[in-house]
Design a protein around this ligand. Structure first.
Ligand SMILES: [Zn+2]
Length: 241
């Protein structure tokens, strides 16, 4: 499917991602790439190698001379493992990266800012607490007090525990309200899709066409695929960049 990139892993981290329209794997596992009609080997040069020398060899197509440092799929060269794009989705390192990213995103959802105090003259930012609002009050309270005590030129450094706890509780309630609203919206969307499936809605033309559009589909997956596709296109056109 996506044979158009390779990943070079070093110490279980993505060290490089190489893209091209076409990678070719020869019988011995070496990786080649087509460029203007010529097929060149991908090189992994030894530490301290003279790059210009190797480039000249490539230009002259003296491929036998560079054979010792061609990249081989799945092989470790200079400490890097080469993974083809096709195998990347299910590669354990990629799965680990994805899991970490999911965890980070979940954690980010819990991050909340609490305004604590303004500061004196000048261009100072407010004193704020920022962190995981689902943590216990006492912990957050301690951190708020520390921020007020250690902050520079704080206008209201002496706030009682009650005052601060009130701010913490209010911030949490506000956050919980938003989370509940999000969940409700998701549930409503699911119910809407379910209703459409049951009443024979066509997800291809997005109406109750009863087959008139010629591509009748009662499968909502089609809608998600289309949305994903257009998001991808926007991305590759750099619209979201
Ligand atoms: Zn239709």
């Amino acid at each position: 499917m996506e044979n158009n990139f390779v990943i070079i892993l070093k110490n279980d981290k993505v060290s490089k991602r190489l893209s091209t329209s076409q990678f070719i794997i020869k019988e011995n596992g070496s990786l080649w790439v087509e460029n203007s009609g010529t097929i060149y080997p991908m090189l992994s040069l030894p530490e301290g190698a003279d790059k210009k020398k190797y480039l000249k060899m490539l230009e002259k197509k003296e491929f036998d001379k560079v054979a010792s440092c061609t990249m081989k799929v799945g092989e470790i060269i200079n400490g890097g493992e080469i993974v083809m794009g096709d195998d990347w989705a299910n590669h354990p390192v990629n799965k680990k990266i994805q899991a970490e990213e999911d965890r980070r995103r979940e954690q980010e959802k819990k991050m909340v800012k609490i305004f604590l105090s303004t500061r004196g003259w000048g261009d100072y930012s407010n004193v704020e607490w920022r962190g995981d609002i689902t943590r216990p009050n006492e912990e957050i309270l301690e951190e708020c007090k520390t921020a007020l005590e250690n902050g520079y030129d704080v206008d209201f450094p002496d706030q009682s525990d009650e005052e601060l706890l009130k701010k913490i509780v209010e911030a949490r309630e506000k956050w919980e309200g938003k989370e509940a609203a999000k969940k409700e919206a998701e549930t409503a969307e699911q119910a809407d899709i379910q209703h459409k499936i049951e009443t024979g809605f066509c997800f291809n033309c997005e109406s109750w066409c009863h087959g008139d559009c010629g591509n009748y589909s009662n499968d909502p997956v089609i809608k998600y695929k289309r949305e994903l596709e257009s998001a991808r296109k926007e991305q590759s056109y750099g619209i979201h960049d």
